[in-house]
Design a protein around this ligand. Structure first.
Ligand code: UDP
Length: 212
């Protein structure tokens, strides 16, 4: 499933019990599919589900063999930014800078595809061990604005990324940020960044020798 099922009404960071409301046809398909899955599991007691609500997946497999290279004009921010960076497109249109967010552009919770893949494996293990039907948000818990994403992409690629301010895209909420506490608690899901931070913190504990 997808964060889009939270529509515009939830208060970020969204937990799984936030009300569902789609703001576009894509969101409607996700809300409907969730309902069908719930109904099937009620009708057949032998079936259990784990519904995973992805926030904004980005990134590629480190091998570079599986990545994001959509056909035609990309709909999503990251592939669009990357195509501008490599000179495939001239400029990025920022869809609105008058949202009630810190810098006026939309805020999203971007999560790496490999972290999402890990969560799928954990969800399957959870069900195999007899876990009850459940829904999990998958995000990093922090929001980044379109402007912040552009700045980060400039830094990472060393390229200038030309932008123009455009109108809001219909159906885009201002902010979509996850609370993934449930996935962390029940599935034991951790992103590599979190594992790294934990290791760093444990090294910085008093009494633990660290390299000066
Ligand atoms: N966005 C943008 N220009 C683009 C594509 C997206 O400004 O060419 C913005 C969009 O309004 C949203 C954010 O970038 O605030 C992420 O959009 P995306 O389509 O990647 O994911 P969504 O959250 O809509 O599923």
């Amino acid at each position: 499933s997808s964060a889009t099922v939270y529509g515009e009404h939830g208060v970020p960071p969204m937990s799984e019990d936030a009300p569902l409301s789609a703001t576009n046809p894509y969101g409607q398909t996700k809300v409907m599919m969730e309902q069908i899955i719930r109904d099937v599991a009620i009708a057949d007691k032998n079936l259990r589900y784990a519904m995973l609500r992805y926030f904004n997946p980005v990134g590629a497999h480190p091998s570079g063999q599986i990545g994001e290279h959509p056909r035609g004009i990309p709909n999503n921010l990251m592939p669009y930014v990357q195509q501008v960076a490599i000179g495939l497109r001239e400029k990025l249109s920022v869809f609105g800078d008058d949202y009630p967010t810190a810098d006026g552009t939309g805020e999203r919770d971007y999560i790496h595809v490999i972290d999402l893949a890990d969560a799928h494996v954990l969800a399957l293990e959870y069900l195999r061990k007899g876990g009850e039907s459940n829904i999990f948000n998958l995000g990093n818990g922090k929001g980044f604005s379109v402007k912040e994403m552009i700045e980060a992409a400039k830094k990472a690629t060393g390229k200038d990324i030309k932008v123009e301010m455009g109108a809001r895209r219909a159906g885009d909420p201002a902010q979509l940020i996850a609370s993934s506490e449930k996935a962390r608690k029940i599935l034991g899901w951790k992103t590599p960044a979190e594992v790294f931070d934990e290791q760093l913190r444990s090294l910085q504990q008093p009494g633990v020798a660290t390299t000066p």
